[in-house]
Design a protein around this ligand. Sequence first.
Ligand code: URA
Ligand code: CA
Length: 433
Amino acid sequence: MRMVDLIEKKRDGQPLTKEEISFIIDGYTKGEIPDYQISAFTMAVFFQGMTAQERADLTMAMVHSGETIDLSEIEGIKVDKHSTGGVGDTTTLVLAPLVASVGVPVAKMSGRGLGHTGGTVDKLESVPGFHVEITNEVFIHLVNKNKVAVIGQSGNLTPADKKLYSLRDVTATVNSIPLIASSIMSKKIAAGADAIVLDVKTGAGAFMKDLEDAKELAKAMVSIGNNVGRQTIAVITDMSQPLGYAIGNSLEVQEAIDTLKGEGPSDLEELCLTLGSQMVYLAKKADSLDQAKSLLIESIKSGKALETLKIFLSAQGGDASVVDDYSKLPQAAHTFELEAKEEGYVSEMIADGIGTAAMLLGAGRATKDSVIDLSVGLLLRKKIGEKVQKGDSLVTLFSNQEDVEEVKEKLYQSIKISPEIVESPKLVLDKIE
Ligand code: URA
Ligand code: CA
């Protein structure tokens, strides 16, 4: 087989076979096919697309390019959840103990990653002593015992995706539905998921800015999952404004704990119950989505969900008493209020601008070597649709810097106030099965 012939075939819009796709991915992973040929190939895919079969074959070729995690020693159906990324998304911290508390095994591999705030691992490390550097044996033992554990990302998962993603980044081929869908799904499958619940975000703070694109991506991922024998569903949710009120690592941990106590922001709670019900249902711990939701609500009410969080934190070295005393979490030295300059109704809270403001305070990483400050971040005091008076606080800033003028400026640019009444946006927009 010659790579040039395969590029030509895709350029002319013909589907590639499984063997041809494996040839490309294997050759690229081993360094036998050069970047310039893969660049031409991804550009051909960008314009010609891929059939459902090709997308499934590409996904599995990337899964087999490196290590795969074997979770077969964990009892039950392992359901993973993936979000395409947003601002202040604290759902994993809530969902992991919540669904575990009703018997769904949560074997989560999580990373640090770049972005407005840290990844799930950074957030969890706000809890003194908590660590994710555990062996595979300990990980599996903990999931069997407590139903939930989190392990750091293995270095050799889907190496083909890592290479391909870096190349796409500099060849204007990131934004291709077949390439994004296979990239995301390959990582979930390699991490051992039997079933997958996807939260595809849409709006200003999301990768997919408009609803139609988000739906198309969701359909592509659901089709791949179901084609390769992993039951997959997707929920499409709004990310025009940040989720919940907290944006920042230890602030989000507090918000997650509040939610497990039944005292969290209503949008975060709604999203966790929506995604959680899907997870419980796919894990066959309930016969219907309604029943799944009732189980989760009951677990929050009875304190079982919170107890599961404490057990999970302690099992990985964390100080579980933070649950009852937030002052044990990292604290910023200063707080500042962002005061409304006029009265009216909040009409926009542009999620990515607000995320950038959190990053300016030090809550996220701009490059992989940046150091994160777990204590800093933002607490929104208003959300879209709420009435404000001049001088009301729109946002509280938690900072270790004394000069926050640049951050305030970014926030003022991202928050709009209108004289007319504004409806708050609907959170769950669609579901793809
Ligand atoms: N996120 C991924 O993991 N892969 C993509 O291709 C795009 C976003
Ligand atoms: Ca939040």
